[in-house]
Ligand binder design. Structure first.
Ligand code: G4P
Ligand code: NA
Ligand code: NA
Length: 190
């Protein structure tokens, strides 16, 4: 998506070896028009897949997920990060390990909002090591729902996540694919 690549070039900042900060339009300040264009693009890719529901993880997946849900006219459910020590009843759960933060998040979705046979599209802001999407796939399995595909705003192709999802046979659509960071600059897969 040309428009997204331009924004990454103009406003993205490379931190260290492998982190891209995009807090000017996605992760802190949000550009609604860009998110709407992103949602429309995902919707176009998955328009013939009979999607019933969008799944994402709080917080940064919510903006692109909501605009995708708007374009496909389906509800959006975000997995919550459980911060309390006790687990509420009636939830599907998964552990999501973050390499970036070196912490494990326990994410959960109320069983009322995901059930057997529902066709699910997973949306997230970044694909790095793939642990967030893997956690959502785990939840989809528990619910006996069907994962139809994943829409990723920014994929870092040099990390492990893409291979992990390919190995599972999940169709992945990424709107910007980053091949490498070199001298603080972003190089895209063409
Ligand atoms: P993974 O899900 O692909 O395994 O990602 P990883 O554990 O490496 O990353 C953990 C968190 O950092 C996730 O957000 C993920 O979206 C985000 N992340 C990964 N790589 C980048 C990057 O290059 N830039 C930015 N800005 N974020 C990245 P999270 O912890 O779930 O937090 P939230 O922001 O969604 O609340
Ligand atoms: Na995220
Ligand atoms: Na994030």
């Amino acid at each position: 998506m040309k428009q997204l690549e331009e924004r990454i070039k103009q406003e993205g900042r490379v931190l260290g070896e492998d982190i891209l900060k995009v807090d000017a339009f996605l992760n802190h300040q949000i550009d609604p028009e860009l998110m709407q264009a992103i949602g429309a693009t995902f919707a176009q890719h998955f328009q013939n897949d009979k999607i019933d529901k969008i799944l994402t993880v709080e917080s940064s997946g919510i903006a692109p997920a909501v605009f995708t849900g708007l374009a496909l006219h389906v509800p959006v459910v975000f997995a919550r990060k459980n911060k309390s020590l006790t687990l509420p009843d009636g939830v599907w759960t998964a552990d999501v390990y973050s390499y970036t933060k070196q912490t494990t998040n326990h994410v959960m979705i109320d069983q009322r909002f995901l059930g057997a046979g529902e066709r699910v599209l997973i949306i997230d802001d970044f694909l790095a090591n793939g642990q967030a999407v893997a956690g959502l796939l785990d939840i989809v399995d528990q619910a006996q729902a069907v994962a139809v595909g994943a829409g990723i705003v920014i994929e870092k192709s040099f990390q492990k996540g893409r291979q992990l999802l390919d190995d599972r046979g999940l169709p992945v659509v990424s709107l910007a694919r980053i091949k490498a960071f070199r001298d603080g600059q972003v190089e895209f897969d063409s």
